[in-house]
Design a protein around this ligand. Structure first.
Ligand code: MLT
Length: 388
């Protein structure tokens, strides 16, 4: 009979956001009349701009016509979309180095599967659960957790002897954005110590000052020799439900034997994935058009106004608040209360869902994460609950 892999025992019983959903359902059973508002999972709430909706509708309608129908596309995605991404974000890279995906999380999983177990991995702590749990799933040879705390400005020193570093910038959950100098130091360290950076840029669009804070790792000279960038339309354009992302795998990247990472990624991506939805990709093209991009910038500005209002409210309530300036997340220090306890207090006393920091790792204990995604009217309506 099939044996359960023994390393499964090392996982928390439920995935963080599923645990939150379960507690929410439990609470609503007791208090069905509650006016719950979620500041928990970073889920976008604003409607898509009409230019994007029209492109999605057109793409769906074409599927109902003889001339417009299309089946499987290329695994690596539509060339037009890859070219549009290069024009908008990576002018010195080639469209052939862009791989369209159905979202950053799936691509992170595929990269983990491809890099396998023969590697020593470093993960920021706290971090998006997929980096750590996905590495545990692969039973990697070594794992370093790098505490990111106010004391080190959420920027850990990097250990020697690692093969892979996960770096999320701007950071989920701490909201920290790296300056050009800070990111450059990480890239130089990767060159010197010969490790690969898996750079998660899913929140890049929230950077408010691109002259100080880089919005792609390839803004740093030489990064194409040491970094893969994983990215997504989810937070950029409200595509959390539509599902579309991309990864940049530069051709200059190699394994220690000199073999091409790009070549192996292409090969195994074809094995493991059938490409992103053709409807979603046409929506992505509309997002990257001048009109679509302008509209998404307006939605992002509204989210950042929410972040500023929430930050001020939590500060009025006496909390120390990090983040929220170049990222849609506030990272709130609660030194006297464990995070799940505070989660429960916010749920029961304020009818607000927050994310307990300990769900992102040991160094997240005594923090909660608050997401600024939401309709401005909803966010304004709950400020009183935070700071009465
Ligand atoms: C989060 O809240 O951390 C993210 O929205 C989760 C995700 O992107 O999967």
């Amino acid at each position: 009979m099939l044996k359960r892999p023994h390393h499964f025992e090392r996982f928390q019983s439920a995935y963080l956001f599923s645990e939150i959903e379960a507690r929410k359902a439990e609470f609503l059973k007791k208090r069905p009349e509650a006016q719950l508002v979620s500041l928990g999972i970073g889920d976008t709430k604003l409607p898509l701009p009409s230019v994007v909706v029209e492109a999605l509708v057109r793409a769906a309608a074409e599927l109902g016509t003889e001339e417009g129908y299309s089946g499987y596309g290329r695994t690596e995605g539509m060339n037009l979309l890859r070219e549009a991404l290069v024009r908008r974000f990576y002018p010195h890279l080639s469209p052939s180095e862009i791989f369209i995906s159905d979202g950053a999380k799936s691509d992170l999983g595929r990269l983990q599967m491809i890099f396998g177990s023969k590697c020593v991995v470093a993960v920021q702590d706290p971090a998006y659960p997929v980096y750590l749990e996905g590495s545990l799933f692969q039973e990697v040879e070594g794992l370093h957790l790098l505490p990111c705390l106010p004391e080190n400005h959420f920027l850990p020193s990097l250990p020697e002897g690692i093969d892979l570093l996960y770096l999320c910038n701007p950071n989920n959950p701490t909201g920290k954005a790296l300056t050009f100098e800070e990111l450059e130091a990480v890239v130089r360290c990767a060159e010197k110590n010969r490790f690969l950076i898996i750079y998660d840029g899913a929140y890049a669009a929230y950077i408010q000052d691109p002259t100080r804070y880089p919005s792609s790792i390839y803004a740093i000279e030489g990064a194409e020799r040491v970094a893969i960038e994983v990215n997504s339309f989810s937070k950029l354009a409200g595509f959390t439900g539509v599902r579309l992302g991309w990864s940049v795998i530069p051709k200059a990247l190699t394994f220690s034997c000199g073999g091409s990472i790009w070549k192996d990624f292409s090969r195994f991506n074809q094995l493991l994935f059938n490409g992103a939805s053709n409807i979603a990709q046409k929506g992505g093209l509309a997002v990257l058009s001048d009109e679509g991009y302008g509209a998404t910038q307006r939605s992002i500005a509204l989210t950042m106004e929410n972040a500023a209002l929430l930050k001020a409210a939590f500060e009025r309530a006496g909390y120390t608040v990090y983040g929220g300036k170049h990222a849609p997340y506030l990272w709130i220090h609660t030194p006297d209360i464990p995070s799940w306890e505070l989660f429960q207090i916010f749920l029961e006393e304020k009818e607000l869902i927050v994310t307990p920091g300990s769900g992102y790792g040991l160094s997240g204990e005594h923090f909660i994460r608050v997401s600024a995604f939401g309709k401005p009217s909803t966010i304004r309506s709950i400020l009183e609950r935070i700071a009465p």
